[in-house]
Write a protein that binds this ligand. Structure first.
Ligand code: AMO
Length: 463
């Protein structure tokens, strides 16, 4: 048959033409002898008019009993609506000639897509009694994720996520990086932390990789010069927070450096403005869809990414009356507070903090040459929340082994990693980014579960 037209392509310019479209019954309304079916596809909606005089009484009966979310295909003519349309994304309507049902949905839905797509301001309008019913709770959404993903905002979020990944890859390929894939089943914990999933690897103790850290560095020892990876990262997080998942998508980079870890920060400082610009250029409709449900302001960032030392950050917080440990880590509140202070002073919501205290960084981090209390490391923030950690790495095997022991790591479990540095290793460094966090913060969403297709957290392993 004829090719299908996407609902988003049903516009003024094609009024008069006959189209075939496939979508879901978003809702159905009978007015006299006319049936108004709102058809939804990929988050876009169009009004389809089924008139008895055109299709006959049997067809009206058939269409009327179609449950919400059923998959239908129809043939119709693109037309001007009699009155301007308010409830649909498309401003034309379809006069239906034929309609078929491809798959029926159960009539009782655990979550109605129309409700799940409501914005807060919409909910406010639904009146005192309506409010509770209109607000779909996060757990209901996640338990019924397949229905939840059908909302326009969610359709858009995952398109934006895809474009972030594409822009990341595009930029790095243009800079001569090689895309690699490291193993996710490994013998020892890669971050030395406790949040590791342990498993039995045919009788041998093993872990799910907490990051590609060990193997991306080993790729550098294997003379791959500049590498990146996009892949799953596993963390057995105990706490239930708005920004921690037990499985997320890591965007990782590792590269040789010549003189200084600032070369890595130079790359980051170019990479992210590139990604932000590409998202604005390539996803205008998607950003609008997300904003409709979750209003947010575009990210403020400078063409030249701001860099502050950790000590400068601590100083700013102290001056603002915050109590902070100069050799400890920033907690979530301090990070947020610093984000506000930086925005006021420097007018940016994207910045880097570098030269962190050694005590709060992983064992493989290179100490700062002038003061080993500090390290050649950095974190990057969007809207006051961490999206990235990075650093220069220790490339001397003796020092690496010493630091691992000091951090309480069983060196036997990472001996092949340490050995990799015994055959000569160039100075190098890199960083890791959480994809879900980037999308969450770009769109100022309040929960990382919104940007994970099927989130895995400390309490959820399904759907
Ligand atoms: P780090 O442990 O800071 O560094 O992780 C890097 C980035 O990954 C994201 N992230 C998470 N996202 C969702 N859920 C989690 N539980 C979670 N944990 C971390 C954050 C964080 O900034 N190997 C180093 C990176 C490097 O130095 O190259 C590492 O893993 O966005």
């Amino acid at each position: 048959g004829k090719e299908l037209t996407d609902v988003s392509n049903l516009v003024e310019e094609i009024v008069g033409s006959e189209v075939s479209i496939r979508g879901r019954v978003h809702k159905n309304r009978l007015v006299g002898t006319k049936l108004f079916v709102i058809l939804r596809e990929s988050g876009f909606t169009v009004q389809c008019v089924v008139e008895e005089t055109r299709v006959g009484a049997n067809m009206i009966k058939f269409v009327k009993q179609l449950s919400r979310e059923s998959v239908v295909e129809l043939i119709g003519v693109v037309s001007h609506p009699k009155k301007p349309l308010t409830g649909t994304t498309q401003q034309v309507e379809i006069h239906v000639r034929k309609m078929y049902c491809l798959s029926r949905s159960l009539p009782n839905l655990p979550l109605v897509v129309e409700d799940a797509a409501r914005s807060e301001s919409d909910i406010e309008k639904s009146g005192k009694d309506g409010k509770q019913a209109a607000r779909v709770l996060q757990d209901t959404r996640l338990n019924n994720r397949v229905l939840d993903i059908r909302t326009p905002a969610n359709q858009a979020i995952f398109r934006i996520q895809c474009q972030v990944q594409i822009a990341f890859r595009e930029f790095l390929l243009s800079k001569g990086f090689l895309e690699i894939h490291t193993p996710k089943l490994i013998a020892g914990s890669s971050e030395g932390g406790s949040a590791v999933f342990r498993l039995d690897y045919k009788g041998q103790p093993a872990c799910l990789a907490q990051s590609p850290q060990l193997h991306k560095q080993m790729a550098i020892c294997g003379d791959m010069r500049r590498v990146f990876e996009v892949g799953p990262v596993f963390r057995a997080e105990d706490s239930f927070t708005h920004r921690h998942l037990c499985e997320f998508v890591g965007l990782d980079v590792e590269m040789e450096i010549r003189m200084h870890y600032s070369e890595i920060m130079d790359l980051v400082g170019e990479l992210f403005p590139f990604i932000f610009t590409k998202i604005e250029e390539r996803c205008p409709k998607e950003l609008e869809s997300v904003r409709k449900q979750y209003p947010f302001q575009s990210l403020k960032f400078l063409p030249q990414t701001l860099r502050l030392t950790f000590a400068e950050g601590i100083q700013m917080l102290k001056e603002a009356g915050e109590e902070v440990d100069p050799l400890g880590d920033l907690n979530t509140e301090s990070e947020r507070k610093l984000g506000q202070l930086v925005l006021e002073k420097y007018k940016t919501e994207f910045y880097m903090l570098h030269r962190y205290p050694s005590a709060v960084r992983p064992f493989y981090t290179m100490p700062y040459e002038n003061d080993s209390n500090y390290s050649n490391s950095f974190d990057v923030f969007i809207r006051g929340e961490e999206i990235m950690s990075g650093a220069q790495r220790i490339h001397d095997p003796e020092l690496l082994e010493k630091r691992a022991r000091e951090c309480g790591i069983d060196v036997k479990t990472i001996s092949t990693y340490i050995d990799a540095f015994r055959y000569g290793a160039p100075p190098h460094g890199g960083f890791g980014v959480g994809l879900e966090r980037v999308v969450m913060l770009l769109c100022a969403l309040n929960n990382i579960r919104k940007t994970s297709l099927f989130p895995r957290d400390s309490q959820r392993l399904t759907p």
